[in-house]
Write a protein that binds this ligand. Sequence first.
Ligand code: FAD
Length: 388
Amino acid sequence: MNKNDKILIIGAGLCGSLLALRLAQRGYKVEMYESRPDLRTTDISAGRSINLALSDRGFKALRLCGVEDKAREICISMYGRLMHDTKGNTFASNYSGRENEYINSISRGDLNGILLTEAEKHKNVNIHFNKKCTSVDIENTIAHFKDYKTKEEFSINAEVIFGTDGAGSVLRKSYYLEKKFLFSYAQNYLNHGYKELEIPADNSGKHQISNQHLHIWPRGDFMLIALPNLDGSFTVTLFLSYDEGEYNFNNLTSEEKITQFFEQEFPDALALIPKIKEEFLNNPTGALGTVKCSPWSYQNNTILLGDAAHAIVPFYGQGMNASFEDVTVFDEILEKGLSNWNLIFKTFEKERKQDTDAIADLAIDNFYEMRDHVANPLFKEKRKIEMD
Ligand code: FAD
């Protein structure tokens, strides 16, 4: 392995663009291919978690790549959770007693945009948009693509291919289909999906509810959460079963039923979401799943990073943070100066697998914790004290 090796990155999302930036800083030649248009010039946010909780783990990687300050400029600090009951009462539960401990709400698109721009500043990085990878020949290190606009099909040869193409990774699929090695793979979906809605800013562009909290409306079988955006709005996410319970995504198909559901369960939120019916009926319902697989790499040729290797459900707010941490750990291993990519890849997986499996399990546990919080006697007791 040397700096002249051509590195191909598939997927210019959060993990891919940070990885491209770091590898470029280390002097590697990077070609990155992304299936979607450039999000800095096209609005493609609809239906994908518009904002995310960024924690210290994520900041560590951003610091390593010299982009921490730029990211901090677009963050909103959230010091705790604010729970809402069905009567509109609220109960605050801070993340810690200390003033300087908080998590951050950040726009996915803006953060991704910063990372792309920083990566592109390096002469040794080229980013190609609208190019969808269709399969990877892992034996010969060749990726096959289709251009969305021209429909042209083409192939790219590289010394090394990184698959940062998210939970539905084509590189991971190629591992499975090519059957060159024993590939263990499990994808487990929750019976709950998610839908995004919006609480707009008030007439003066301000937040209508506290912007210092992550808001939660826990209701046993389902829940609503809201994270603040810099423009005064909140992105609201409903987590709900597809087909179980009195209300579910499959039966909430009429305006009357949607209104009835929100009036009954989330009256204070309903009052703040003016386009509830339109958004509920038009915004997509996203699936939530966990991906565990191994090995992540094939010989000196290919490796999976980020969600492609370890997608998790979002209830710990750690998927992006863990994907960023991949870049931190990968960089530490590069620093050791190991003699070939295979050794680097194997060392990386050995270092990361246990941690990413652990956060995947914690995220599932926290789904039940957040969902059932309202039924917890302690929560009720605390709320009573608060209301007294
Ligand atoms: P992605 O962000 O999915 O990026 C993959 C990229 O590859 C995309 O740009 C995609 O267009 C591109 N791509 C896909 N297929 C191809 C192809 N065939 N060819 C070329 N390009 C391709 N994480 C947190 O840390 N905090 C949170 O608060 C949080 N909240 C979340 C809320 C929800 C509702 C969801 C669903 C996830 C949340 N996450 C959160 C998780 C986070 O979104 C992911 O972990 C993170 O996006 C992973 O980054 P990635 O770059 O690996 O994958």
